[in-house]
Structures are given as structure tokens and as C-alpha cells.
Design a protein around this ligand. Structure first.
Ligand code: ADP
Length: 501
């Protein structure tokens, strides 16, 4: 049964004086009131118990020798009613043994009769200190109970949320052992519902790349969130999953483990593949008729150069130019589809970048000359290690970058292509003195179809697909591309490619 809390206000500790002598009752009342007790009195045990039942006192001053119910019995009854009530027994000197017996039965203290006011004050104050201390302890215990209950509710609420998340979720500790898995995670990896937790992540997940990533994050090797890659992988032949993992950080930013969410991206993958197939098919179908039109226009233009009026010639020349841009666009789209299906980087062989860049620079020199630009290639004296890549991919990367440098540099500008060893990588830079690119466009020019439109570039035709192709190819070769540019001061594209060991 819930117990009524004993009064706790320091100025209002409730004391009940049970004594058959009116002078003791009244005397005690006066003394105790003066030291801020709230005082009730009763002239016998029965009345006292009744009063206690109705209005619980924290302290009882109990005379042991009263007519009617015996003091010892009253003491026992009070203890049964509420064992937190402090009882100070009042006995004559002659009955000191009674006091000892009472103490054995749970009385807190005793005071011999007759007593001085100072004696009563001392005993009462001591009892009050004890009562306040008990109340404080009880309050702390109640608070602690409440906090624990709150924590428990919070914990079960969080558990319910994690359990109902539609994304698969797994949490590991710093050793990469599984601490928590939700049902969606079990389903994603076809694990039985009752699979025991606590084993290393590799016991539950067979994909080695994912296990390695989770281990790295669990060990705290990725405290910077931005450098954590999204990991895509296939399960069986027709399901694709995407994992996003983050470290779980403690208050002092120390790594406590990893939390990983898994989403099924099969539908996205299928749509993406259908889109790529569609683009590839349409591009393929368009390319041959367009090329035919282009060729025919060229023939007509050549044959009728003298006979036709100037305006007709101009019309035909523009039509030829347009077909040329369309063919370039289709070429880019086909390149992109090939990169996506992975066929552009299939033919890996050792390639000497020195020779390849030499060829490209030779080929594009005509274009630079037409714009009165200098195009120079600066090679290191020693032979650089070769790169393991598809030569077509490398041609596409550097052809695009050098052509861009020529296109986006005014007449008379300079373009330098440099090559050097950088640790286990080869670093190529294409440096121009061209228009430069404002910071707000610098990331975006690597997006598909993004072109900067300003006074300088207005009349330059292009597809906006060159740099996305370059970026995808560089990434697929395990390399990196960086841009430094300042509007009006030219641009430097730096490509880092790993050398073949
Ligand atoms: P495209 O050249 O066909 O427009 P890209 O993807 O190759 O497509 O380039 C995207 C845009 O980036 C270009 O339209 C141009 O505005 C800008 N850009 C690329 N290279 C340079 C460069 N070297 N200098 C200045 N701007 C450039």
C-alpha cells in the first residue's frame, strides 16, 4: 500500500503528544510550538491512535504509563500503523527498564520524567533532524525511481522506433561486433528472426566491401562524416542494396561504434538501367541517319559552291554545323551509356601517359593555332610508370580537358599541359589563361548538361557532357580530378591517376 509521505517542511514537523497528565501535554505543546513544531495532543492511547490515523504525525511523544491502553501496546500499534513515525517514550526514572524495552520494540529515543524544557527541546530537535533526513532520503529515492522509470520508457520507445524503421538498421561496437539489428535488416540479408546478436558483422553479411567499411567506421577511422562513401552492392543476381554508415560518437567525440542503414535500391537500379538502355538505343538509332545527312550536306555544299546564291550556302552551312553538334551530343551520350554499363573501361592495359598526351596535343595543336594560342606539353625527364587503363578512356579524359582549355581561352592565350610523378600517382595538369570559372559554377560544371552562360561563352557550342564524362572516367580509374580557377585569370584542371604497380 502507498504510504502517505511524512511531513517534510522544516517549520511544520507534526508532533503528537500522548500523555494523561494535562500539565505535561500543555507544557510540551508550549515548548514545542516555540521551536516551530505543529503540535497535537491526546490524553490516552486510543485517542492518540485515532488522531494518528486521521492526521499522520512524524513524531510521537508517548507516555508509557497511562490508564487504559498500556504505553507498550500503543507503541506497537503505532509501529504497525507506520514504522516511519519516530516515537520518543516518556518514562519515570524508576521505569528505565521500560524505556529499554521500548527501544527494543523500535522507539527512537526516550526522555525521563520529570524533564526540563531544555531536555525536551534537545530530544525533539534531534528527532526532527532525523525526520528531515529520512524525508530527504525518501525524496531522493523517489526521484531516482522516477528517472529510472523515465529512462526505461525512453529506452523502450527508442527500441520500438528502431524496430519499426523501414530501413534495415544495424549497430556495431568498436570491434565491429553487432549490438543491435532491426527486423528490416534481418529481412534484407535473409537472416532468421532469432539469430543471436554479438558476433562480428562478417557473420551476418557476406559482402566483404561492406564488412570492411563497417569495420573501418567502427574503429573510428572515419570521424569526418563527409568522407564516408555510400556503398552499393548486389545481393544475388537481381537485388541491389545501398548502405549508409556513420560513426556513433560519444560526448567527447570518441567513436563508440557504427550505425548502418540499408535500403533496397533495386527499383532505382532497374529504372536507371532502362533509362541508360533507352538513351543508348535512341542515340544509336539517331547517329547513322544524322551522319548520312551530314555527309550529304557536305557533298551538296561542295558541289554547288559556285552555282548557289550566298544565302542558300549560308543556310546549308548552318544546317551542316547543327548536324555536327548533334553528332557530337550523340557521341557524348553513347560514351556516358558505355561508362554506365562499364564497357568503356573494360580493356585495361598498361598505357604510357607521356606518349598518349603527346599524341593528343599534336592532334589538337591545329585548333589552338587557329585561335593563335600556344599549346605546350611539359614532360618530366625520366620515364613515368605506366597506367593501367583503357586507352580510349584516357583519350576521352585528356581530349575533353585540352579541347575545353582551347575553347574557353580567348585568342592568343596560353595552354600548358604538364605531367609529373606524385607519390604512387601520376599528376597531369591542364593550365590555361582563359576565361576562368566563378566559384559558384565550379562544382556544377561536373553535372550533366551544365554549362556556364555568360558573355565569354555565349557563342561557344557544347553539350555540357564533357566534364561529367571526364569525372566518371577518372573516378572509375581510381583517380581524382580537381579544379582551381579564378574568373578572368584562367583555370587549372588537375588529374591524379594511380600508376600500375
Ligand atoms: P561543354 O564544353 O560541352 O559545354 P563541359 O562539361 O566540357 O561541357 O564543360 C561544362 C562547362 O564548364 C562549359 O560550358 C564551360 O562553361 C566550363 N568550362 C569547362 N572547361 C573550362 C575551362 N578550361 N575554362 C573555363 N570554363 C570551362
Amino acid at each position: 500500500m502507498e504510504k502517505t509521505p511524512v511531513e517534510t517542511q522544516p517549520d511544520s514537523v507534526h508532533v503528537l503528544v500522548i500523555d494523561d497528565e494535562p500539565s505535561i501535554r500543555e507544557g510540551s505543546r508550549r515548548i514545542l510550538k516555540r521551536i516551530d513544531f505543529r503540535v497535537s495532543t491526546a490524553e490516552n492511547g486510543t485517542d492518540g491512535l485515532e488522531l494518528l490515523d486521521a492526521d499522520r504525525a512524524a513524531l510521537v511523544l508517548l507516555d508509557m504509563k497511562m490508564p487504559g491502553m498500556d504505553g507498550m501496546e500503543v507503541l506497537q500499534r503505532i509501529r504497525e500503523l507506520d514504522d516511519r513515525i519516530l516515537i520518543v517514550v516518556v518514562t519515570g526514572f524508576a521505569t528505565l527498564e521500560t524505556a529499554i524495552d521500548a527501544m527494543k520494540l523500535g522507539a527512537y529515543d526516550f526522555i525521563p520524567k520529570p524533564f526540563e524544557p531544555a531536555q525536551l527541546r534537545m530530544v525533539a530537535n534531534r528527532a526532527r533532524d532525523r525526520i528531515l533526513l529520512m524525508a530527504e532520503t525518501e525524496k531522493l529515492a523517489r526521484d531516482r525511481q522516477r528517472t529510472l522509470a523515465d529512462l526505461d520508457t525512453e529506452k523502450s520507445r527508442i527500441r520500438t522506433i528502431v524496430e519499426s524503421l523501414p530501413s534495415g538498421t544495424v549497430v556495431t561496437n568498436t570491434r565491429g561486433h553487432v549490438v543491435l539489428m532491426n527486423p528490416s535488416f534481418l529481412r534484407a540479408f535473409s537472416l532468421p528472426e532469432k539469430v543471436p546478436r554479438g558476433a562480428p558483422i562478417s557473420e551476418y553479411v557476406s559482402d566483404k566491401g561492406l564488412c570492411d567499411l563497417i569495420l573501418q567506421i567502427s574503429r573510428g577511422e572515419h570521424i569526418d562524416f563527409d568522407d564516408i562513401p555510400v556503398y552499393e552492392f548486389a545481393v544475388g543476381s537481381d537485388r541491389y542494396l545501398m548502405a549508409r554508415a556513420r560513426p556513433v560518437l560519444g560526448e567527447r567525440m570518441e567513436c563508440l561504434g557504427a550505425v548502418v542503414s540499408i535500403d533496397d535500391i533495386t527499383t532505382m537500379k532497374v529504372i536507371d538501367r532502362l533509362k541508360s538502355e533507352f538513351v543508348a538505343k535512341v542515340s544509336h538509332e539517331l547517329r547513322s541517319p544524322l551522319s548520312t545527312i551530314h555527309e550529304q550536306l557536305a557533298v551538296v555544299l561542295a558541289e554547288q559552291q559556285k552555282d548557289q546564291g550566298a544565302s542558300d550556302q549560308q543556310l546549308l552551312a548552318r544546317a551542316k554545323e547543327k548536324t555536327h553538334s548533334l553528332i557530337a551530343l550523340i557521341g557524348d551520350l553513347l560514351d556516358l551509356s558505355r561508362i554506365e554499363e562499364g564497357s568503356l573501361c573494360h580493356e585495361l592495359k598498361p598505357v604510357s601517359l607521356q606518349r598518349l598526351l603527346g599524341d593528343i596535343v599534336n592532334f589538337l595543336e591545329v585548333r589552338a593555332k587557329a585561335k593563335k594560342q600556344t599549346l605546350t606539353l611539359e614532360l618530366p625527364n625520366e620515364e613515368l610508370p605506366e597506367i593501367s587503363a583503357d586507352p580510349l578512356a584516357l583519350e576521352s579524359i585528356f581530349g575533353n580537358l585540352i579541347a575545353n582549355a582551347i575553347n574557353y581561352t580567348a585568342e592568343g592565350g596560353d595552354i600548358r599541359v604538364t605531367l609529373a610523378q606524385a607519390g604512387s600517382n601520376v599528376r597531369a595538369q591542364i593550365i590555361d589563361t582563359g576565361f576562368g570559372i566563378e566559384p559558384r559554377h565550379q562544382d556544377r560544371i561536373f553535372e550533366r548538361f551544365y554549362r556556364v552562360k555568360d558573355e565569354n561563352t555565349r557563342f561557344i557550342t557544347g553539350t555540357g557532357l564533357g566534364l561529367p564524362i571526364v569525372k566518371e572516367l577518372v573516378t572509375s580509374l581510381g583517380g581524382l580530378i580537381e579544379l582551381q580557377s579564378e574568373l578572368g585569370n584562367g583555370s587549372t584542371f588537375t588529374v591524379l591517376l594511380p600508376t600500375s604497380k
